[in-house]
Design a protein around this ligand. Sequence first.
Ligand code: GLN
Length: 492
Amino acid sequence: MPFSSLSEIKARLDAGETTAVEVATRYLQRIAAYNPTLNAFVHLDADHVLAQARASDAHRAAHGARPLEGLPVAVKDIFCTQDGPTRCCSKILEGFEAPYDAHVITRLKEAGAVLVGKTNMDEFAMGSSTETSAFGICRNPWDVERIPGGSSGGSASAVAAALAPAALGTDTGGSIRQPAALCGIVGLKPTYGRVSRRGIIAFASSLDQAGPMTRTVRDAAMLTAAISGHDSGDATSVANPPVVDWLGACDKMDMKGLKIGRPKEYFVDGMDAGVRAEVEAALKKCEELGAEIIDISLPHTEYAVAAYYVIAPSEASANLSRYDGVRFGHRCEAPEDLLDMYTRSRDEGFGSEVKRRILTGAFALSSGYYDAYYLKAQQVRTLIQQDFIKAFEQVDVIATPTSPITAFKLGEKTDDPLTMYLSDIFTIALNLAGLPGLSQPCGMVDGLPVGLQWIAPAWREDLLLSTAAAYEAATEWGTLCPQGYAADGGAL
Ligand code: GLN
């Protein structure tokens, strides 16, 4: 593979062939070379990265290696980190320094990872293209005139161009899987409650979940193993979830007898014909590998986007009420009174997509409309959950395209929020149902990557991993890298 996976770097570190400092230095060089074009990182403190790498080498020498010892991991700007700024790519968090690390950040540190910078994202994770970032657009290394997807676009772009071997993202309605698909990498959204949300800046609390964005399925398993588990500081992180043998699942690479559901609602007119053909070909391949493809129906799929775009903005409008210019973040100049301070600070600090969500959400929750919108959307959510429960009586996993289109041109959808929302059509339903999902590369259309999405029953990430690992081992798609970012000298 031209770009190293976490597992490959780990093997070389464990064999004493390289050091954490050497590895970190190489990635810092690549960031210096390519980030000016891609804008995948919005914060980087090279000295701090090297200090962590030195500490990791010392830890290895003194006490042996922890699971992620010396492995660089980039994290989305949505995770609170005590070192450096945490801004969720919003002007309203200007100057904010988080007083504590997010639980997943603590977990990564405890596992020995070297944290590399903060990655670009849509402001407050609201978007599908990373164009709403207050720190400028991010570009897709496969074609720099195109979006990397969103909202975790910086993490996807960084991993696709090997500015980091792996990254963390968050997924409320597709923000790990969709950018992973559009940048040709692997993205895993765990079951809701598998990973603690403490210290992750909240967008829609009943949907948000953190997860890995990596080059390989095994790397995704490694990172999920490190970040998952109960946290008493997050009441929605589940106390005794079914345990997964994360790495063992990746070794069970046998599709024989696996029942794969193919929901007819996810193969519709209007989606890109090339994407459809690539995903159909991937299913053929699975059939050759011994799986059985079963046509299924998830009849309430068509209501998922509408339900999500009521529920997510409603929760966002409540979560974002804390940004009032009083306690932290941006405060307007010379406010006349308290109300003036609130309104002007918020008006100056939030971008237009965030304002649109707050207004939509506040409207949907307001008295007289609550039943018609929020309550109705919650009822639809239950129907969508039941669709999946029924489907999983028939099949083990479900396969769909991750996105109906490949990466679109920068600016193509910025004036048309509804079309932008529609691009989330295949990723949103499983967030509403709380299920785990994984996207992996499964083809190319006109030089742009296509993603294959796997959906499993709650807590069955092992099924996602073993299925995706089997597909990955039988195809070459996961090994493709964008032109122009080739590993110089092979040390990566
Ligand atoms: N694109 C979706 C939205 O804008 C999903 C974002 C996400 O998963 N954070 O809400």
